[in-house]
Design a protein around this ligand. Structure first.
Ligand SMILES: Cc1ncc(COP(=O)(O)O)c(C=O)c1O
Length: 452
């Protein structure tokens, strides 16, 4: 017997009476209630009213192989029957070890130690705390600040929020509670645009390099670590930024004794066309944060990888107080690890990245048509991610935020079988890597129809 009404309207009323949704002005949901989802198959969601909707944003950027992939579901079922959960303090288990063994050869060779947690924010928290503690234990006691990119996003827990962009609505309010952070602005990479204006680009790139150098001159001695999302700042508005500048940041980190944390929570697992985004940047970090696509998007799990040198900073007798005192109940959950192993097996056995590349080409070709619309500016692509800005064609400027243009587009697209969720004036798509190319093209055609 269910506690719920069999009818969706009553269930949604129950939701409105008792549930609080993330990133949502709940008042808005009274007029425009949450959409009931009853299933997911491949790259589609199945809605309660019978609609089939293409998941154009990979289920909050985590889905890789499509929903309900039998290999992942099978791994979950088998592992649930064997060992569902065990504390990871003082215990170990096969799925946690197998996952480390499988992932390690795919990472930069200096990353030899994996610390498990259970979501992207905690992967970042772990990196921040480890970097800080390592610096303290090396005697670098003045290094109590962090460096980060403007417009960055690293999660919503207070530590992660502190290294995200401070000046916007999300973090402004919480500023008194946040970590001490110095921010560096980097330009977007015009070479990713479909109609790039490359006038003065070499000079601008040089200027950006000089600014990075000046930033580290000013702050380099007080930073424990610098954190960045390589290649693409996702929540900052799909800002594709130049790999050369990440290389410059790496150089500066080395010169000033600052650890480099790369947050690949979103960009990892094929999302930018390579297995990791750092491969396209030719940069090796001291810490690497992974989550979202780690389990193909099926279960929450994350890892923070670091070097033997960092690990050694924590080595000693208990009485020396060097232990890393951090952990979560679901650290290295065996079921999540088993699913992550199954996901990596698919990367090993099937042409996941090559298929994604075919989808990316289809998506990018269709995006060129969308770029022709008078309301579109700065259409740009990065592997299987496409993005642009929506403007008012009359003024060439973004629509006023209070018009809720993006939200309306999101709702109308659902009626036309597509899930997109613009961030402000940034419209983007990043469907699961396994999306058939023709479905991706069809989705862009739908957007063109709606925006026309
Ligand atoms: C780059 C990046 N880091 C961290 C996070 C936080 O991950 P989670 O939502 O799992 O806490 C996100 C989430 O979107 C992200 O895009």
């Amino acid at each position: 017997m269910s506690f719920l009404s069999p009818e969706w309207p009553e269930r949604v009323a129950f939701d409105r009476a008792h549930v609080w949704h993330p990133f949502t002005q709940e008042k808005e949901l009274m007029a425009d209630p949450p959409v009931p989802v009853v299933g997911a198959e491949g790259c589609d969601y199945l809605l309660a009213d019978g609609r089939r909707v293409l998941d154009g944003i990979s289920s909050w950027w985590c889905n890789v192989h499509g929903h309900g992939h039998p290999r992942l579901v099978g791994a979950l079922e088998r592992q649930a029957g064997r060992l569902d959960h065990v504390m990871f303090a003082g215990f170990t288990h096969e799925p946690a070890l197998e996952l480390v063994a499988r992932l390690r050869p795919r990472l930069p060779a200096n990353l030899t130690r994996a610390f498990y947690s259970d979501n992207g924010s905690t992967a970042v928290e772990v990196a921040l705390k480890m970097a800080f503690q390592a610096q303290m234990q090396k005697g670098e006691r003045q290094r109590a600040r962090f460096g980060a990119l403007r417009e960055g996003y690293h999660g919503d827990t207070l530590g992660a929020l502190g290294v995200g962009e401070l000046e916007n609505w999300l973090t402004g309010l919480f500023r008194p509670l946040l970590l001490a952070c110095d921010r560096l602005a980097v330009p977007e990479d015009p070479r990713r645009e479909l109609n790039p204006d490359l006038t003065d680009w070499p000079e601008k790139l040089e200027q950006a390099r000089a600014e990075i150098s000046a930033f580290f001159e000013s702050h380099g001695e007080t930073l424990a670590a610098f954190i960045a999302e390589p290649l693409v700042q996702g929540a900052g508005g799909m800002r594709f930024w130049p790999p050369e500048l990440l290389q410059e940041i790496r150089t500066q980190c080395d010169q000033h004794g600052v650890y480099l944390i790369l947050d690949e929570v979103m960009s990892g697992f094929g999302r930018t066309g390579s297995f990791l985004a750092l491969e396209q940047c030719n940069v090796v970090p001291d810490f690497l944060c992974l989550s979202k696509g780690l389990t193909g998007g099926l279960l929450p799990l994350s890892m923070t990888w670091t070097t033997e040198a960092v690990y050694q900073c924590f080595w000693g007798e208990v009485s020396e107080g060097k232990t890393f005192f951090h952990g979560h109940t679901f650290t290295a959950n065996p079921m999540a690890c088993a699913v992550a192993i199954a996901s990596l097996s698919l990367f090993d056995e099937e042409p996941v990245l090559a298929r994604a590349q075919q989808m990316a080409v289809a998506l990018q070709t269709a995006w060129q048509d969308l770029a022709e619309l008078p309301c579109i500016r700065r259409a740009r692509t990065l592997g299987p991610i496409v993005a642009c800005q929506i403007v008012d064609p009359a003024t060439g400027k973004p629509h006023a935020a209070e018009l809720r243009h993006g939200w309306k587009l999101h709702r109308r697209a659902l009626d036309h079988g597509l899930l997109v969720r613009p961030m402000g004036d940034c419209l983007y798509m990043m469907p699961p890597l396994a999306t058939p190319p023709e479905r991706a093209q069809q989705a862009v055609a739908t957007l063109i129809e709606l925006l026309s």
